[in-house]
Design a protein around this ligand. Sequence first.
Ligand code: NAP
Length: 247
Amino acid sequence: MELKDAAVLVTGAGRGIGKAIALAFAKAGVKTVLVNELPSESNAADETVLAIQNLGVLAEKVLWDVSDFKATAEAADTCKLWAGTVDILVNNAGITRDNIFIRMNEDAWDKVLDVNLKSVFNCSRAFLPGMLKNRWGRIINLSSIVAFSGNPGQANYSASKAAVAGLTKSLALEYAGKGITVNAIAPGFIDTDMTKKIPEKIFNDLVAKIPVKRMGTADDVADAALFLAKSSYITGTVLHVNGGLYL
Ligand code: NAP
């Protein structure tokens, strides 16, 4: 399949990295972009959809909580109505609930694992059958640098992102023979709302440690997603996009 014929679904695409990925696929000339976001009062998803439509690409918002298995299965039917098969699935939605481990409560653990890991199960489970029918598909999962380096205060988050890397490799092996590649991207320190929560002193110390001497941008990550979507011989890999911060 060529990109111009592909329908792409990006989860958590109202802002940040997800929005940049959705726009990058639109600029690359895909057929349809489905923009997922949590149902809320904000019209973040509408802004992404409008920006994509202004590029002359079909776009629709599909609002649901990707950590909810039943809601994901129902949303898959809606996606089918808008776009037919989802050919490229980008599991981007993610959250943090940081705390030192001794103070981390069960809710912070469960919520982060549900949104960051179970969502990848939910969406892959819902959209893989269509890819299998077409014998073509791309699944791109967002892991993180901290899956590999660890990070104090992020036991829940780093565990969820390490599990995403393991899930990616297993799915890659299961479906490599069916025209479906499954890869992960492990961003380093990227300039989005997620990293704006970091206290100033820790933030400045972190940037000073990055070998390329700057934070990454959401577009740096979007470039990697597009590259993986175009590649048919790369599967089961974790592509590090971190300016050399962790090698
Ligand atoms: P962000 O700016 O916080 O945006 C996250 C997006 O996910 C938002 O649109 C959010 O919706 C959506 N979302 C959250 N929970 C959801 C749910 N249950 N269902 C559907 N959508 C949901 O984060 P980001 O920095 O762009 O990060 C994107 C991905 O990259 C995440 O998986 C993150 O873990 C990963 N990552 C980021 C960095 C970084 O430095 N920024 C580094 C490594 C990995 P709302 O607007 O409604 O909250």
